[in-house]
Design a protein around this ligand. Structure first.
Ligand code: AKB
Length: 313
């Protein structure tokens, strides 16, 4: 069997949407969803393989069975959960990546995608309009696993010729899938609570600005990066991706335009605040724009509008 696209971590926040988009473009049978858990939702119906990225033999089986032409590795532990299980987060985030890069090199997989994050920056990185190249001193396990992962990607490209491509995703917001264990999760939870209860207690303070992105833009950026000719991909660590920067207060104001009675309150001393305070407030993604033509579509009002329309359905 050949010509298949393999998505590992297919049941997660990004995987759910990416599998759907890839199946629309390439046909359901050509996209293999793989995850450690069985698919929960009917829209993920299609070929599925159980895989634990920590198990070398399971990955070997799947590479041997499909000889995939593209692999998307999305299985990871996010920032907040990672702080609860630091060693587990490091093991999963690093070993999973290195196993996949090794098999991609051995099987000459034409293209690999791996997500990095704004979490790869740290408290001494410039916080506004954070450039592609600057001091990076992440202080969460998730963050430094992303930074180390970026170095591994570049290394496998230079040393073994693996065509691996990566984006530093901002916090992602979508209505089809739920995030889990991240610091930016508030920006998804707020919509559900606004519609169900008319109020939300944010675990981040009113003025905590973070780079965020609507899922449609994130999926488009991913597909566009993977479609770009290899010589356009000048950065083999990971590209900054800016999205839209806003605070919980600004998001609440936008939601109130649709749900006038909506009320937001703010909890104190949540550990995720410290994580958010070490991350950029906004990002410069001019390299992505110049190298492979990236362009954002959704601003804050458009994102809120689309989220609420779809969640109400
Ligand atoms: C998280 O909050 O951990 C993630 C991320 C920004 O990478 N959403």
């Amino acid at each position: 069997m050949s010509g298949k696209i393999l998505v590992i971590g297919a049941n997660g926040q990004i995987g759910t949407e990416l599998v759907r988009a890839l199946r629309q473009i390439n046909g359901v049978s050509n996209v293999i969803a793989a995850d450690i858990h069985n698919p929960a939702q009917p829209h993920t119906a299609g070929p599925f393989e159980h895989v634990n990225v920590m198990q070398d033999t399971e990955l070997h089986y799947i590479f041997e069975k499909y000889h995939p032409t593209q692999v998307y590795l999305l299985a990871a532990m996010l920032s907040a959960t990672g702080e609860q299980f630091p060693k587990k987060a490091w093991d999963l985030n690093m070993q999973g990546l290195i196993h996949v890069l090794d098999y991609a090199a051995a099987y000459k997989t034409p293209k690999v995608f791996w997500p990095s994050s704004i979490a790869a920056f740290g408290p001494n990185s410039p916080r506004d309009n954070t450039p592609q190249y600057c001091i990076m001193d992440p202080n969460t396990v998730y963050g430094f696993s992303k930074l180390a992962g970026e170095r591994w990607c570049e290394y496998y490209f230079n040393k073994y010729g693996v065509d691996v491509r990566s984006l530093r995703y901002p916090g992602l917001i979508g209505w089809r899938s739920a995030p889990g264990g991240g610091t930016t999760d508030y920006a998804v939870n707020i919509f559900h609570e606004a519609l169900q209860n008319g109020k939300y207690e944010s675990f981040l303070s009113a003025d905590t600005a973070l780079p965020m992105m609507y899922m449609d833009d994130a999926i488009n950026a991913t597909l566009q990066l993977m479609d770009a000719p290899a010589d356009k991909i000048k950065i083999r660590s990971s590209y900054n991706l800016a999205g839209i920067s806003f605070t919980p207060a600004q998001l609440a104001t936008e939601i109130k335009k649709h749900i006038p009675g909506f009320e937001i309150s703010y909890s104190q001393n949540d550990p995720r605040q410290l994580i958010a305070d070490s991350w950029p407030r906004s990002i410069d993604d001019s390299y992505a724009q110049n190298d492979w033509g990236w362009k954002l579509q959704y601003d804050l009002p458009a994102m809120v509008d689309d989220m609420l329309i779809n969640l109400k359905k």
